[in-house]
Design a protein around this ligand. Structure first.
Ligand SMILES: Cc1cc2nc3c(=O)[nH]c(=O)nc-3n(C[C@H](O)[C@H](O)[C@H](O)COP(=O)(O)O)c2cc1C
Length: 186
């Protein structure tokens, strides 16, 4: 792709005060300065229904265009009942379709997540990895960024303050950028 690298962020939480969206916005701060970033809006997508593909909903087309313009994806998600939230699965189902040109396939992704509890999305993140495998993304495997007690780890400005977590996030982003650069040169 030509032009500035463009990264699209997808949060699995629609909540205003989402811890996972905050984590995602912290992660994007580790992108090189010349990278551009857009946070996707998946809140307006209708429930996936193959019948709707005959006249693709506007919100789907908008998301697809955004994803087509992306050189890579940052995905931060809560764990809901040991898996990923339905809204995120719904977005993946739309984006997986040939009818929209599978705009995620073969692109790099980095994933992260956190919970107020002690497991830091470890169960949900396995499902998230599996989903990205199914959609044929090139996901960064290590380090895993799974943050327990995330609600205690932001300051008033929303800065992620956990020292170990910041190191992991920085390494994750370095590995992600390497993939993005390699992919752009291929
Ligand atoms: C429907 C639902 C299911 C949840 N299931 C889990 C779970 O399986 N494991 C867990 O650690 N937390 C679970 N939680 C708590 C979330 O980790 C917590 O609400 C978190 O703050 C959500 O992420 P957000 O702040 O980004 O919205 C659940 C919350 C909801 C609303």
């Amino acid at each position: 792709m030509s032009g500035k690298p463009h990264i699209v962020g997808i949060s699995g939480s629609l909540r205003q005060g989402s811890l996972n969206t905050k984590l995602l916005l912290n992660a994007k701060e580790y992108l090189p300065e010349h990278y551009t970033f857009t946070l996707a809006d998946i809140s307006q997508l209708p429930h996936y229904n193959q019948d709707l593909e005959e006249d693709m909903p506007e919100a789907v087309l908008k998301l697809v265009e955004l994803c087509k313009s992306a050189d890579g994806f940052l995905i931060s998600s809560p764990e809901y009942n040991w898996s990923i939230p339905g809204v995120l699965k719904n977005a993946f189902d739309w984006l997986s379709r040939q009818a929209v040109g599978t705009p995620l396939a073969l692109k790099p992704a980095a994933i992260m997540g956190g919970t107020p509890g002690g497991f830091g999305t470890s169960r949900g993140q396995l499902h998230l990895r599996e989903q990205l495998f199914a959609l044929n993304l090139d996901t960064v495997n290590r380090p895993e960024v799974l943050v327990p007690q995330l609600h205690l780890k932001f300051d008033e400005e929303g800065q992620f303050t956990d020292e170990m977590g910041r190191k992991l996030l920085e390494q994750l982003m370095a590995n992600f950028v390497q993939k993005v650069e390699r992919n752009r040169q291929a």
